[in-house]
Design a binder for this molecule. Structure first.
Ligand SMILES: Nc1ncnc2c1ncn2[C@@H]1O[C@H](COP(=O)(O)OP(=O)(O)OP(=O)(O)O)[C@@H](O)[C@H]1O
Ligand SMILES: [Mg+2]
Length: 1021
């Protein structure tokens, strides 16, 4: 209910006890409708569950839901079948007592579905073992078998249970389901031979014809067509869209194999089913004497085969009746009507008893053989109050049954209430309610009740009829306040009652019964000779159902009503010894459609189910009661004195709490262990306050909790960080230590190597030496000379001196080679010339150093600059070099501008178009220059007449000219660099002297002493 309190505004109240106007049927219906429209099909009245058939699959029966309700306090979750089932189970386990769950409601309200769901809940949630799995499966699979034989399509329900069922589930001390037992009540046998329009016979007939294997049908003499069988087509709807007979057949066959049916059992069983179908097709006609005879012998032959009965005896039994006259037995032929009656009676009898046999067989397979004590939960799925257009004997029995169950319910609820008040020491307040004992007595009282009167009529000799029965009723119970017939009724009521009717004023309302058929149905006669045939049947099941001892028993068997009354009495006894739970099922509309809430229909059921009555009883005193501990636990936060903890007794805590909340004295009572609250509004106000308080508390708690979580998280992280750091430091330290010890070894090796480095290679020094070599070579690689002029070289360690030298040489050679390869031919010629120049002048003549950088030209003047005449004179000698010179003649040393032309073979001094002097290289005697920077060159020639004397020339490019000359003449060694003076030949045997001095200005002049004086300036170095 606590859950209900929270949800109350959204979808009505989850417990009718909390309805403000609890006596208003309209308020009740409104609440039910509101919830139904939200697909909330369950609502409580205290611990009673009201269930409205949803006519659609709802997502509320999943495994998750089952687990959700398992072991949870009854009132904590929204109302559910599982809560009822779980509550009964838990009470059974903890108190070790027996329980039952009574499921009632009208046809199609969902009783059978509810009982199956409860069974499933136990199968899934209860502890089990592999061995018990079999029991579990049998418990679950007993349903399809019983439904096949006991359910049928009716106008109100496509799978209507046509029998009442009480099933005990047995649990061992651990709470595991270990066995079961089923009691069945009043199977509707008449359906076997007759169905109303739109209804069918029991499912099994159609299943067999649709699903049965070809061979099986052949063996049974059946055709796969329900239309061929008179018993199957009276309702004209053998085929129903919502039923899959073929599939259901498979399920039933599988169930049979699990519930331990042998092939032989099944043969006999299907033999009986087939026999019923054949019986239905037997037709009688009148012979000439007006006696009945069987028109066609085919069916009777099949029946004889399938039931193992002698053909002719069977034939005779169906058309004759054995009458015992004194000690003689006489066979009296039946007329056609009576023969049909006998035929139908056989069909009903064998089907009815086979059903009982089936239940017993299932019970055997569910029976738990060990004798340890067990507790049980009983599931009672029984027809609810039935009011049809015409109500007959069956409705009379059913409604009587409901009267009894209502009585039980009220008694048990009142008893429980009263006991609770007593236990709690609260004064019992009388609750006004309708006690239906008076009606139960009207029906069942010995000698005076309707059943006794009916039995009397059935048993008395003479012509008893339904009308005589009615008269007897009027006579004996006519003055009963709850009994009316047309004769007894007042003017107004009379119109609605027929002459053959009687009306009972049930607790739930008036029901008019038609007395027609009461006697026959109550007698349920089967002619003795037919019984004899069946008792001698070779079909094992029939033989078990019709015991020979029955024939010897001369006492009349008990009538149907008495049997029913007795079985009901024992059922009530069974139930009285157990703790009850109730499920009341309501059918929302006649159309079997989801979402349709038919107010009229439901109002009717609310009334017939006695729900208002029940609510009144539950709410008579107090709307709410709870143990002090639970109440305090829930609401303690509403009072500072009880929050957060109350240390005294819970009762005192509650007292403090309600004082603080301002409860008025008439609103509550305090019992020994519980608080009782009279009005829902008091509770709602408390609940609202609690909701508000909860928000505050929750946010406070959340904040605290979040803080704590944060702290915990932080601490966890910090601890983790510290641990990580420590680990990492350890790793680093180990790494460093490893490195250190490695380094020590290396250093030691290095020192050893160093000490032994001078030794020839040996293990002590080899690594050191290799390292030194390696290092030197690697360093050397980066410091090699870049070009031929780079003379740098890395200083080698002593052990590599030799190698270093070799490498240096190689390197220089390589550089030179590379350099040489890179020099172009013209430059090569130049360099060769420079080399010669160097050999001749280096360190000897001033200005050499400065000349090194000045490249030599191929020639200073081109061949074309020469006079053609000169060229002609040279006569094809290849001209190699031409430069302007100044020639000092021999006589006055006068300076004359001339050209010096060097050819392949000679040097010529040319003046315009004349060759003034030609000196063959072969005759060249020498070449002289001074050591100063004067530019004077003297080409010495031999002393012969032809020669003019030595040529004294001043060249601007002295080094170039002299080099070219001496190279062309190939007389480098003849070049002299003189100091101070030189002697030269003037010609014709005369010699002159040339003096070289340094002065302010360069000049060449003939000195007074006749010497040629050459003054040159000092070159700045
Ligand atoms: N909880 C449910 N969820 C979905 N459908 C349901 C539920 N309960 C009942 N039904 C539907 O209603 C139909 C009738 O239900 P059920 O056979 O249980 O009725 P009943 O009360 O046993 O009727 P009868 O007295 O005729 O045996 C079911 O076949 C099913 O289609
Ligand atoms: Mg049912």
């Amino acid at each position: 209910m606590e859950g209900a309190l929270i949800a109350r505004d959204r979808v009505g109240v989850q417990d009718f006890v909390l309805l403000d106007s609890h006596t208003s049927e309209t308020a009740f219906l409104n609440n039910l409708r509101k919830r139904y429209q939200e697909n909330l099909i369950y609502t409580y009245i205290g611990t009673l569950l009201v269930s409205v058939n949803p006519y659609q699959e709802l997502d509320i029966y999943t495994m998750t839901q089952m687990q959700l309700y398992r072991g949870v306090n009854f009132f904590e979750l929204p109302p559910h079948l599982y809560a009822i089932a779980d509550n009964a189970y838990r009470l059974m386990c903890s108190e070790y007592n027996n329980h039952f769950i009574l499921i009632s409601g009208e046809s199609g309200a969902g009783k059978t579905e509810a009982s199956k769901k409860i069974l499933q809940y136990y199968a899934v949630t209860c502890p089990t073992t592999e061995q018990l799995q079999v029991v579990r499966d049998r418990l679950l699979l007993s349903n399809p078998v019983l439904e096949a034989f006991g359910n049928a399509k009716t106008l109100r329900n496509d799978n209507s249970s046509r029998f009442g069922k009480y099933m005990d589930i047995q649990f061992d001390f651990k709470g595991a389901p270990v066995g079961g037992h089923i009691l069945s009540y009043l199977i509707e046998k008449s359906r076997v031979v007759h169905q109303n329009h739109g209804e069918r016979n029991f499912h099994i007939f159609y299943q067999l014809l649709e699903g049965g294997e070809k061979e099986l049908l052949g063996w049974l003499g059946l055709e796969r067509n329900p239309q061929k069988y008179a018993y199957l087509i009276q309702g004209k709807c053998a085929k129903v869209f919502s039923i899959n007979d073929k599939n259901d057949w498979k399920i039933v066959r599988k169930a049979f194999s699990i519930i331990d049916f042998t092939e032989r059992d099944l043969q006999h069983l299907f033999g009986i089913v087939a026999s019923v179908l054949h019986l239905g097709n037997i037709q009688f006609e009148e012979d000439s004497n007006g006696h009945s005879i069987i028109r066609d012998g085919t069916q009777i032959k099949w029946i004889s085969k399938l039931l193992g009965a002698h053909l002719s005896i069977l034939q005779e039994a169906l058309t004759h009746r054995k009458i015992e006259a004194r000690s003689e037995e006489v066979l009296s032929p039946l007329n056609v009507d009576m023969a049909f009656y006998a035929r139908d009676a056989v069909a009903k009898a064998i089907y009815g008893r086979t059903f009982t046999w089936l239940v017993n067989k299932i019970n055997n397979s569910l029976a738990n053989k060990d004798s340890t004590r067990k507790t049980v939960i009983g599931l009672l799925d029984i027809y609810g109050f039935e009011v049809l257009d015409t109500n007959s004997f069956e409705q009379f029995c059913i409604n009587y049954c409901n009267e009894k169950l209502q009585q039980l319910l009220i008694e048990m609820t009142l008893k429980a209430e009263q006991e609770e008040y007593k236990l709690e020491g609260i004064e019992w307040e009388q609750i006004p309610y309708f006690n239906n004992k008076i009606i139960c007595d009207l029906v069942e009282e010995k000698h005076k009740g309707i059943i006794s009167i009916l039995d009397e009529e059935c048993l008395r000799p003479g012509e008893a009829t339904d009308l005589s029965f009615l008269e007897k009723l009027e006579e004996k119970v006519g003055d009963h306040a709850h009994f009316v017939t047309r004769k007894l009724a007042d003017q107004k009521t009379r119109k609605s009652i027929d002459w053959v009717d009687f009306r009972l004023l049930h607790y739930a309302g008036e029901v008019t019964y038609s007395a027609v058929g009461f006697l026959e149905k109550n007698n349920d006669l089967l002619y003795r000779n037919l019984k004899e045939v069946l008792c001698n049947s070779k079909n094992g099941i029939i033989r078990e159902c019709f015991l020979l001892s029955e024939l010897d028993n001369r006492r009349r068997p008990e009538t149907v009503a008495t049997q029913f009354k007795n079985s009901l009495t024992s059922l009530i006894e069974i139930l009285m010894s157990k703790e009850p739970s109730y499920v009341r099922c309501i059918k929302p509309n006649e159309l079997k459609e989801p979402g349709k809430f038919d107010d009229f229909l439901i109002r009717h059921q609310v009334k017939y189910l006695g729900l208002m009555e029940h609510l009144r009883v539950r709410r008579a005193g107090f709307a709410y009661r709870r143990k002090y501990e639970i109440f305090l636990q829930r609401y303690k936060s509403l009072c500072p004195a009880t929050w957060p903890n109350w240390n005294g007794p819970a009762a005192e805590g509650v007292e403090k709490l309600i004082k603080h909340l301002g409860y008025k004295p008439e609103e509550y009572k305090l019992g020994r262990t519980k608080i009782f609250i009279r009005f829902p509004k008091t509770l709602f106000a408390t609940e609202d306050a609690f909701e508000l308080r909860k928000y505050i508390l929750v946010s406070r708690l959340q904040a605290k909790y979040k803080g704590r979580l944060g702290k915990r998280e932080f601490k966890k992280k910090r601890d983790a960080a510290i641990k990580l750091e420590a680990c990492w430091r350890g790793v680093l330290a180990r790494k460093a230590a490893k490195k250190r010890s490695w380094a020590v070894q290396i250093i030691r090796k290095f020192i050893k190597g160093f000490i032994n480095r001078k030794k020839p290679l040996c293990p002590e020094d080899v690594e050191f030496v290799r390292l030194v070599q390696y290092n030197y070579l690697m360093k050397l690689r980066d410091h090699l000379p870049k070009n031929v002029l780079d003379k740098s070289w890395l200083q080698p360690p002593s052990i590599l001196e030799e190698v270093s030298e070799m490498l240096q040489n190689m390197c220089i050679r390589n550089l030179v080679r590379k350099y040489c390869q890179g020099v172009p031919p013209e430059r090569k010629v130049q360099l060769e010339q420079k080399v010669v120049t160097s050999a001749v002048f280096r360190g000897k003549k001033e200005g050499y150093q400065q000349s090194i950088n000045q490249p030599f030209m191929d020639t200073r003047l081109k061949e074309s600059d020469l006079n053609p005449r000169v060229l002609q004179l040279i006569q094809g000698e290849k001209i190699k070099y031409v430069t302007p010179v100044i020639k000092y003649d021999r006589n006055g040393f006068k300076a004359r501008e001339r050209l010096l032309v060097l050819t392949q073979a000679s040097a010529c001094v040319v003046e315009m178009a004349k060759i003034k002097q030609k000196i063959d290289y072969s005759t060249l005697k020498g070449i002289s220059t001074s050591n100063l920077s004067d530019g004077i060159v003297v080409i010495h020639v031999p002393e012969d007449n032809k020669q003019k004397g030595d040529a004294i020339l001043h060249c601007e490019h002295i080094f170039e000219t002299v080099t070219k000359l001496c190279m062309l003449a190939n007389k480098q060694n003849l070049v002299k660099v003189v100091q101070g003076s030189l002697r030269f030949r003037v010609g014709s045997g005369k010699e002159g002297t040339m003096v070289f001095t340094v002065g302010q200005e360069p000049q060449v002049f003939k000195a007074k002493n006749g010497q040629l004086t050459v003054v040159s300036t000092q070159m700045s170095s």
